[in-house]
Ligand binder design. Structure first.
Ligand code: NAD
Length: 427
């Protein structure tokens, strides 16, 4: 019988961000050389939900919020990924981020696929009660499609431990018993894990330490700049400082501070805890802009703020020797190309910031077993996972002469492809 050629359908998640994820994937697929049916399967998410949530605001009016959940791949296990509350949330963004979660989980050899979801709303303009009602309605609508063996949400932009507590409670009320393993990143009092809060920033520094060993660098002699002083950047700066590295600059949305001899990181944290941001901090520092921070003369530049910070416009002006992606997607494809040409190595996001999802996995395992580990145990297990993934990425990069980003993607794709080939296509 003649083979029928089918065109790939134009799908609703086909937005610029999804195109960016696909461009990266297609490039990596050429290097990974996997069977055609695997490539085709991985280019589209398995499931994409579009929801509309009617929610009563505090003034008595009703608003309908668009909401989404995309599950990219369940080949390796339940899907896993954050829930964000942001005005930019759309189906394409969730689909792209879900795909990136698949690669991150696979690279770390976690038994998960990727997912992402969110509600299009401005969280800063909503009261706690309104956020609670949005979260509970969202969870109720999602209930048939999430589950501890199906899809496990976590916090992301503008969501936090409290959001996860509301999700866990709503899901548990519907089941009739407590189901802590339905979400990760929840408060410790309801089954959250110790060290989850610090995990991403600590993981970033574990990867930096490993890179220093390969580069024959002494971390204690290196000058570091950190963009973003939140959960990831703030903890990374603390860990670098504690390990004797000289953190010469940090920044947040309000701007940055610089001290050539090294900043007093604990003092900066106290200041931010009291004042909400770095704005106004003058003690023994020079004030700098975020643009200047990126172009400082230093050894290690940690990007821990947001996407698209190193682009075609500034990649030619960076003076660091190593770029470390603590944030998701902080280097554009064009920025990445320029850094590559200039011989500046980039430790890629799917490896470098994977500490968060790894300790989320530990949280889920602890919840399922109703058995909890202490900080030292979790830190040790995290270091093992990060080192193992780092070594595999570095070795593939060395052996094949490809960038660390391509090596990370190829290693991740091979994990998923191996499982997909073994399982085959049903029926
Ligand atoms: P956060 O909100 O705690 O901190 C973000 C920091 O970046 C804040 O200090 C903020 O002021 C600063 N910032 C925002 N815009 C900026 C700009 N234009 N210039 C300079 N600074 C700016 O967020 P986070 O949890 O630290 O996440 C940071 C990044 O790391 C995001 O890309 C996120 O997706 C990624 N990430 C976070 C985790 C996690 O566990 N928190 C895990 C993996 C990846």
């Amino acid at each position: 019988m003649a083979k029928v050629e089918h065109e790939e359908p134009a799908l609703e998640w086909d937005t610029p961000l999804y195109r960016q994820a696909l461009t990266q994937l297609d490039h990596a697929l050429e290097l990974a050389a996997v069977p055609d049916f695997v490539s085709n399967r991985l280019r589209s998410p398995e499931r994409a939900l579009i929801l509309t949530l009617p929610v009563k605001l505090d003034d008595g009016s009703y608003v309908t919020f668009p909401a989404y959940r995309v599950q990219h791949s369940s080949v390796l296990g339940p899907t896993k990924g954050g829930i964000r509350y942001d005005m930019a949330v759309d189906l394409g963004e969730c689909a792209a981020l879900a795909m990136w979660m698949t690669w991150k989980c696979a690279l770390l050899r976690l038994p998960y696929g990727g997912a992402k979801g969110g509600v299009r709303c401005n969280a800063r303009e909503l009261s706690m009660n309104e956020l609670a009602r949005i979260t509970r309605r969202f969870t109720a609508e999602l209930a048939p499609f999430i589950g501890p063996q199906l899809d496990i949400p976590a916090p992301d932009m503008a969501t936090n431990e409290q959001t996860m507590a509301w999700m866990m409670d709503t899901y548990s009320m519907q089941k009739g018993y407590a189901v802590p393993e339905i979400v990760t990143g929840k408060p410790i009092s309801i089954g959250g894990s110790v060290f989850r809060h610090e995990a991403t920033g600590a993981g970033v520094v574990m990867v930096i330490e490993r890179a220093c060993r390969r580069l024959d660098w002494e971390l204690g002699e290196k000058r570091c700049a950190v963009q973003g002083f939140g959960n990831v950047g703030g903890i990374a700066a603390t860990e670098l400082h504690a390990k004797g590295a000289r953190v010469v600059a940090v920044s947040d949305i309000s701007g940055g501070v610089y001290a050539g001899d090294g900043l007093d990181i604990p003092a900066l944290h106290s200041y931010v805890a009291a004042n909400g941001s770095l704005e106004g901090y003058e003690e023994g520092v020079e004030r700098i802009t975020n643009e200047v921070l990126l172009e400082l003369d230093c050894d290690i530049l940690v990007l821990a703020a947001r996407e698209d910070q190193v682009t075609g416009a500034n990649a030619g002006s960076l003076r660091c020797k190593l770029v470390v992606e603590g944030a998701n997607g902080p280097t554009s494809n064009e920025g990445d190309r320029i850094l590559g040409e200039r011989g500046i190595r980039v430790l890629p996001d799917i490896l470098t910031n994977a500490g968060g999802v790894t300790v989320s996995y530990f949280e889920w395992v602890q919840d399922l077993g109703r058995l909890f580990w202490d900080r030292d145990e979790i830190r040790r297990r995290l270091a093992d996972k990060m080192s193992d993934a780092f070594d595999r990425v570095w070795n593939v990069s060395d052996e094949r002469g490809i960038s660390l980003r391509d090596a990370a993607l190829v290693a991740a794709i091979h994990e998923v492809s191996g499982a997909l080939e073994a399982r085959g296509v049903y029926p």
